[in-house]
Design a binder for this molecule. Structure first.
Ligand SMILES: Cc1cc2nc3c(=O)[nH]c(=O)nc-3n(C[C@H](O)[C@H](O)[C@H](O)COP(=O)(O)OP(=O)(O)OC[C@H]3O[C@@H](n4cnc5c(N)ncnc54)[C@H](O)[C@@H]3O)c2cc1C
Ligand code: SF4
Ligand code: SF4
Length: 470
């Protein structure tokens, strides 16, 4: 029998393999990947989705042994603590959940397994400005570039420009994520770093806390509400009994370089589409100031023998000639199939990438995670004060999430599917038509692009009637 084996010198510690393993056989602690072959069924899902080719199947006898007692614990020997709310993960979703809960005057603990919040970055760092400003006062030190619009490149290199003045920002996530956690702490939340949640605690069928492994031992942390904001490698929801893992075809697997000394327009985020450039995905160039940009690519996670990094290297060579100085490599994945069908249980809410709340077209999830976290934190606070943290009360979170954003995903998925069906030739023809048209807003471009696709126009009408596109 063959099992996956990780090349530790190559692994980018992105968690993509954890999120697709149907048997919960993989764990990632900060910079260490553990594969438990007693659980593995040799399905190869993890090998397929690794953006950087760090996994291969190997004969069972040659495999590295998993760490012993990796997730075993003895509850009677755990130190005991209790909080009203425990948030797992200090990404944007977790920190917003903690901030919103703490503002409701309940006790909050954020548990983060990494030793440094926000690092390593797994993101191209682009966000829309208005929804971010609606959530939080934007600190200028979070911002690397103010974006005036987007340019969409067809496979032949022709592009259309969509002007959206003051619409976007490219962030410095290492600073942004850490500051969000500090805001939650200032509002009263306790924050633990280098602390890994290894299980959930159940009482009378309800989620009643988590078990946390820290340097000084294991802790049983009781909580009235657990908010699982543990990102793309999420396991907390799965341990609580929800089917959270993704099929490889339901994610985009991504590789990105932070490049400097390259020719980029600092005002525009560029998107490159085409089946040869990025099968079932797209490539991007997001400026981070003069001559510096996040240059990345996402491809369908199900593509056999294709890795995101190979496509990225080719894209970089074609676009910038000889590869410029690369100062960081970033790997990861984004769920693109829409929100999980279940994100609430008695005592538990799932938020952000862990709940697959990413935009099905772009894969973006920072703002969505923050919006979801904000709602979840408010709902948790209210529920705790009412003395009822059952699923029926916490369902307010799921309902508000779908009303605000989740309900648009169905239409966005159909639009994405329609665009992906276009051949490279059709994309080139479309870019030629649009490049010569006077239309410049997103909606005008969509109308023109999709006028021969009645089904897609219907989806677009739904989104307009919901106020999602103006
Ligand atoms: C290459 C790439 C480019 C992207 N570009 C963009 C973009 O331009 N714009 C955009 O909006 N989105 C982008 N995204 C998506 C974006 O990064 C995520 O949507 C966003 O980070 C989600 O936030 P989150 O809080 O849900 O999860 P995360 O930011 O992933 O945070 C989860 C946290 O939980 C911690 N954690 C996990 N398990 C445990 C555990 N057991 N115990 C304790 N802690 C745990 C993790 O260490 C992590 O810090 C990109 C993603 C990738 C991979
Ligand atoms: S994804 Fe499949 S092959 Fe990989 S560890 Fe899990 S069960 Fe094994
Ligand atoms: S998917 Fe990510 S964490 Fe898993 S082996 Fe590949 S690089 Fe490492």
């Amino acid at each position: 029998m063959e099992y996956p084996v990780v090349d530790r010198e190559i692994c980018g510690y992105c968690g993509t393999c954890v999120g697709v393993c149907p048997k919960d056989a993989i764990d990632l602690i900060d910079l260490h990947l553990n594969i438990d072959r007693t659980k593995c069924i040799s399905c190869r899902a993890c090998v397929k989705v690794c953006p950087i080719n760090a996994l291969r199947m190997a004969d069972g006898d040659n495999i590295q042994a998993p760490l012993k007692n990796f997730r075993d614990y003895d509850i009677s020997k755990c130190k005991s603590l209790s909080y009203d709310v425990v948030v797992v993960g200090a990404g944007p979703g977790g920190s917003m959940s903690a901030l919103a809960s703490a503002k409701q005057n309940v006790s909050v603990l954020v548990v983060e397994k990494r030793q440094e919040i926000g690092s390593p970055v797994r993101c191209a760092e682009g966000v829309s400005k208005r929804p971010l400003a609606e959530l939080i006062d934007i600190d200028p030190k979070w911002v690397c570039a103010e974006i005036k619009g987007g340019r969409i490149f067809a496979p032949n290199g022709n592009f259309i420009t969509v002007d959206l003045p003051s619409a976007g920002l490219v962030l410095e996530r290492k600073v942004f994520d850490r500051d969000l956690a500090m805001l939650a702490a200032k509002a009263g939340a306790d924050v633990w770093i280098k602390s890994r949640v290894i299980d959930v605690i159940r009482e009378n069928g309800k989620i009643a806390g988590v078990v946390v492994r820290r340097i000084d031992g294991d802790y049983a942390v009781k909580a009235k509400v657990v908010i699982a904001a543990d990102g793309v490698e999420s396991q907390v929801g799965r341990w609580a009994g929800i089917k959270t893992f993704s099929k490889p075809e339901d994610i985009d697997t991504c590789a990105q370089y932070l490049m400097t000394g390259i020719d980029v327009d600092p005002n525009y985020c560029d998107f490159h589409i085409g089946h040869q450039i990025a099968p079932r995905g797209y490539a991007w160039v997001f400026p981070k100031g003069k001559n510096t940009a996040n240059v990345g690519i996402g491809i369908g996670g199900h593509l056999d023998n294709e890795t995101a990094i190979n496509y990225l290297d080719k894209f970089v060579k074609d676009k910038f000639g000889k590869s410029g100085p690369i100062v960081a490599g970033i790997f990861g994945s984004v769920p693109t199939a829409g929100t999980l069908s279940e994100i609430v249980l008695d005592g538990l809410m799932i938020v952000g990438d862990a709940a697959h709340q990413n935009d099905p077209i772009s894969g973006g999830g920072i703002i969505n995670a923050m919006i979801a976290g904000n709602i979840a934190g408010e709902v948790a606070g209210k529920a705790i004060k009412s003395g009822d943290t059952s699923r029926s009360v916490l369902m307010e979170y799921e309902k508000r999430w779908h009303k605000r954003i989740g309900r648009t995903f169905r239409h966005l998925k159909v639009i994405r599917g329609g665009v992906l069906k276009l051949s490279d030739k059709s994309l080139n023809d479309l870019a030629d038509v649009l490049a010569n048209s006077k239309k410049r807003t997103m909606i005008e471009l969509f109308w023109t692009a999709l006028k021969n696709e009645p089904r897609l126009l219907l989806e677009l009408r739904h989104l307009i009637s919901m106020g999602w596109i103006q």
